[in-house]
Design a protein around this ligand. Structure first.
Ligand SMILES: Cc1ncc(C[n+]2csc(CCOP(=O)(O)OP(=O)(O)O)c2C)c(N)n1
Ligand SMILES: [Mg+2]
Length: 289
């Protein structure tokens, strides 16, 4: 069997993302707390990374040459847990323990507790600096692995983000790709109103990054941008990914209230019905009970 063609591969990734959206809502519904908006906006990017672009091996989570993924906006970790379980880092049944006392799956990523989690994040602003350190280590070692880091648009108000923005080009860290989940919402309002990021592309270009702009909920665009980023030499790449907060669940989309609120049982059922209907329409068959 040869390699899959592009259309087949994109469809495969879209199918995974559609399933992981369902699993995110199931997890949050059971947990009774958590962050649906930013998990649903980023899941297409996370899916493309784990199931197409990253060199990693769930059986060897500490393999030195693995690519690293740092979710700097750590509150969206249900998206990463769903991907890690799908990839085989831990059993899917464990997803149902999210945020429960004694569970490995805490509300924010914890390194050394969950295989596949590379850094403790959730205190916003720190992940890009951590990622840059790893990416420099890779570069010093001959560029054996690439580091991917997702930051939020609200998170971009943290000063430390701009310290990393300033220093990565100085060290020509081309083993680093940062992706901005530009979903326009933060914890208590719209980013444009709380602290505008614009002109975001000009800013990162001025800091001397290779900047790309995509629709971060379109698999083909995500895939192409990640390929370009990895192949670009001499500078780190910054991907401005326009996304929709709460993407896929109509009553959550672009609603600030759904930043950090879990759906109640009735809302969970409604969201799952929508996601399953969309899945069925697009891919046939059913997913989940
Ligand atoms: C240092 C720090 N300050 C405040 C918070 C509380 N907090 C959690 S999520 C959030 C908003 C983040 O917005 P954004 O980065 O846009 O996330 P997304 O929209 O992707 O969910 C804030 C302020 C935090 N986690 N860390
Ligand atoms: Mg946001």
């Amino acid at each position: 069997m040869g390699p899959p063609n592009r259309a087949t591969d994109l469809l495969r990734l879209e199918e995974i993302a559609a399933r992981l959206r369902i699993e995110i809502i199931e997890m949050l519904g059971k947990a009774g707390s958590g962050h649906p908006g930013g998990s649903l906006s980023v899941i297409d990017i996370v899916t493309c990374l784990y199931f197409s672009k990253m060199r990693h091996d769930p059986k060897r989570p500490e393999w030195p040459e693995r690519d690293r993924f740092i979710l700097s906006k750590g509150h969206a970790v249900p998206a990463q847990y769903a991907a890690l379980a799908e990839a085989g880092y831990f059993p899917k049944q464990e997803l149902g323990t999210l945020r429960k006392l004694g569970s490995r799956l805490q509300g924010h990523p914890v390194r050394n507790s969950v295989p596949g989690i590379e850094a403790c994040t959730g205190s916003l602003g720190q992940g890009l600096s951590i990622a840059q350190g790893m990416a420099i280590a890779s570069k010093l070692d001959g560029g054996k692995f690439h580091v991917y880091c997702v930051i939020g648009d609200g998170e971009s108000q943290e000063g430390q983000i701009w310290e990393a923005a300033m220093s990565a080009p100085k060290y020509q860290v081309d083993t680093l790709t940062a992706i901005l989940d530009y979903n326009h919402g933060q914890i208590d309002g719209y980013v444009d109103q709380v602290m505008p990021l614009e002109p975001v592309i000009d800013k990162w270009r001025a800091f001397n990054w290779n900047v790309l702009e995509i629709d971060g909920n379109q698999m083909a665009q995500i895939s192409d941008a990640l390929d370009q980023a990895r192949n670009f030499k001499g500078k780190p790449t910054f991907i401005v990914a326009h996304t929709v907060k709460g993407k896929g669940v109509s009553f959550m989309e672009n609603q600030i209230a759904w930043h950090g609120m879990a759906p109640n049982p009735e809302q969970t059922a409604k969201a799952l019905a929508e996601l399953r209907a969309a899945y069925q329409k697009r891919f046939g068959g059913t997913h989940g009970s």
